[in-house]
Design a protein around this ligand. Structure first.
Ligand SMILES: NC(=O)c1ccc[n+]([C@@H]2O[C@H](COP(=O)([O-])OP(=O)(O)OC[C@H]3O[C@@H](n4cnc5c(N)ncnc54)[C@H](O)[C@@H]3O)[C@@H](O)[C@H]2O)c1
Ligand SMILES: N[C@H](C(=O)O)[C@H](O)COP(=O)(O)O
Length: 334
């Protein structure tokens, strides 16, 4: 089937080759999809893993930029990048970190130049990439840098909860000094504008966490709320008329009555927000990056090395990430 529309083509990077990402790709191919799924990987890695998992052999088509082929059951399109060394499920091999980065770079560039409508990423192992001498703190930061974007926002979603993060992968000790007035102003603006544009939530209600215990208790347990968070919320309410609630203590902001009212909770740092979201929906949540020049979704879990090649990894988060990317592509074409 020839369709001259890149909006039907989504690129997937499976991530760490010794992890479960490639298993999840093999599992995705067990159903038909209304898009062309282009997997940026080593085809022999995929063929091997399919065998190991006892799944039916896949029909792999080489990626052809001018030919869009919708996915039938058991078929995938492959944009080939070879691993550098042997891949053993569950065993990290530093020699393959370059392969992981090469797949991300190629996929990102293809989204930037319009070859692909969206990027869906499988899990990478941040440690082994750094061990290879490549500074890497996460896809979010890598894709932002490669796209020349200074500010992006990470948000994870489940069926009943959205949690965005003001800061992502940085040491806890660096969080307070990173959250400045201008930075938080930009994070909230980017969050609200992208909830409108990409998820069609026209007047999102954002519940904002404090940074300190009990949101600083009027300045007696920390001053960041008084000096930074409250002034930003006031300015954005007054000038942009955003619907912002808070700052509220992070230990109670996730109570059901608040979650029902909130379109999103903005946490000040990674584990303040993601601990709750993953407790509630781990394994089926989706990670979205707002602020890139293209749509990017991802799984909510890591490399789960001990499950690679065993058939025990669950593909719900990967499937949800792909479905959400397809929905966001449709929204962006409206
Ligand atoms: N999207 C990403 O790239 C991403 C996300 C989170 C963590 N990581 C990285 O992954 C590595 C391992 O992290 P971790 O051990 O903290 O988290 P993890 O998510 O890999 O594992 C946590 C637990 O969940 C289980 N699990 C994870 N995914 C599963 C799935 N699909 N089906 C069934 N069980 C699953 C694992 O077996 C383990 O018990 C780290 O390097 C971390 O930075 C990457
Ligand atoms: N913070 C994410 C999580 O806990 O699920 C994870 O580390 C992946 O982040 P990137 O998409 O930036 O790699």
């Amino acid at each position: 089937m020839t369709i001259d529309s890149k909006s039907l083509r989504i690129i997937i990077t499976p991530g760490e080759p010794a992890g479960i990402g490639i298993d999840l790709v093999a599992m995705l191919a067990q159903q038909a999809w209304p898009v062309e799924i282009v997997v940026c990987t080593d085809p022999y890695l995929l063929i091997h893993r399919v065998k190991q998992l006892g799944l039916p052999p896949l029909l792999l088509h080489p990626y052809q930029p001018n030919y869009v082929r919708l996915n039938n059951i058991g078929e995938l399109t492959i944009l080939a990048i070879n691993t550098s060394d042997i891949v053993t499920p569950g065993i990290l091999n530093v020699a393959n970190s370059n392969y992981v980065i090469a797949t991300l770079a190629r996929a990102c560039d293809g989204c930037l130049n319009g070859e692909f409508a969206a990027l869906v990423t499988g899990p990478v192992h941040k440690g082994i990439i750094n061990a290879c001498g490549i500074p890497f703190s996460g896809h979010t930061e890598f894709l932002a840098e490669r796209s020349k974007k200074k500010m992006v926002v990470m948000m994870l979603v489940t069926e009943s909860m959205r949690v965005a993060l003001a800061t992502t992968h940085l040491p806890l000790s660096a969080v307070p000094r990173t959250i400045t007035y201008n930075m938080l102003h930009e994070v909230i603006t980017l969050l609200v504008e992208n909830l409108r544009k990409q998820l069609r939530i026209l007047q999102p209600r954002v519940y904002v966490c404090g940074l300190n215990p009990h949101a600083g208790e009027d300045g007696y347990i920390g001053k960041e709320e008084i000096e930074v968070i409250i002034p930003v919320l006031k300015a954005l309410r007054a000038v942009e008329h955003y619907d912002l609630v808070g700052p509220l203590p992070a230990d109670t902001i996730f109570l059901p009555q608040y979650i029902q009212e909130a379109d999103v909770v903005l946490a000040m740092y990674h584990d303040q927000g993601l601990t709750v979201l993953k407790y509630q929906g781990f394994g089926s949540a989706v990670n979205i990056t707002f602020g890139l020049p293209f749509i990017r979704t991802s799984v909510d879990h890591g490399t789960a090395l001990s499950l690679a090649g065993t058939g025990l990894a669950k593909a719900n988060s990967m499937k949800n990430a792909l479905n959400l990317a397809i929905e966001m592509v449709k929204n962006s074409n409206v």
